[in-house]
Write a protein that binds this ligand. Structure first.
Ligand SMILES: [Zn+2]
Length: 216
């Protein structure tokens, strides 16, 4: 496989239903991206957790996962597990972010995610970011919704280890969850690495992508 290299990444939008979704789904990719591009503009919107300990965790975590970035994070107070009932508020929040940003890349949940909040947010992405490259991240869960992603970001062993360390360090509220452990995070990264001939990787879904084969 050849690696497609975007000529420029002038800005990134990160979308999540819950605090820690971005770090779990794309933490290694964010470390890779932001380390290589100091000063990168990163606009992050998280729909729930605002006003709780989870908002503070998310601020500290994303600062660590986006080293050197110009990070602007908004954490809203929508109730966890209730996105369908708060559809208009979520839609308005995503559209508001779109009105303030014109990113080269959008990282968001993927539309096949079994969690209704993740899936609902994924469905909002193309309604607001119509001309933008969106990649949908994956999150291991009880429901068993892992599929066959088509886009991979290989991770060096150092980045994969750093991702796990930061996940353990920055989300003390989640440590007691039975799936929140080193084996789960590194195990999935190892499997996605096998699929793209790397040691570790994060994988994404996309519904659409255009090429620029002339380059330059
Ligand atoms: Zn979530």
């Amino acid at each position: 496989m050849i690696g497609f290299r975007p000529a420029a990444v002038g800005g990134v939008v990160l979308l999540a239903a819950h605090c820690d979704d971005l770090a779990i789904g794309a933490g290694g990719s964010l470390l890779t991206l932001c380390s290589a591009r100091p000063g990168l503009r990163v606009d992050a919107l998280v729909l729930s957790g605002g006003g709780t300990e989870r908002e503070e965790e998310e601020h500290a975590a994303l600062t660590a996962f986006c080293p050197g970035a110009d990070l602007r994070l908004t954490v809203l107070k929508m109730p966890d597990g209730r996105l369908p009932a708060n559809w208009e508020e979520a839609k308005a929040a995503v559209e508001d972010l779109r009105s303030r940003t014109d990113p080269d890349l959008v990282l968001a949940p993927n539309p096949a995610d079994a969690h209704q909040d993740h899936r609902g947010l994924a469905k909002l992405v193309p309604t607001a970011f119509r001309g933008h490259q969106a990649l949908g991240y994956e999150i291991v869960k009880w429901d068993g919704d892992l599929g066959r992603p088509s886009v991979y970001q290989p991770l060096t062993p150092e980045v994969a280890e750093a991702k796990v360390t930061l996940l353990q360090q920055h989300y003390p509220s989640q440590r007691q969850r039975p799936w929140y452990d080193r084996e789960a995070f590194l195990g999935l990264a190892r499997i996605r690495g096998i699929e793209c001939q790397s040691r570790y990787a994060e994988a994404f879904y996309t519904s659409k992508m255009t090429l620029d084969l002339a380059g330059g």
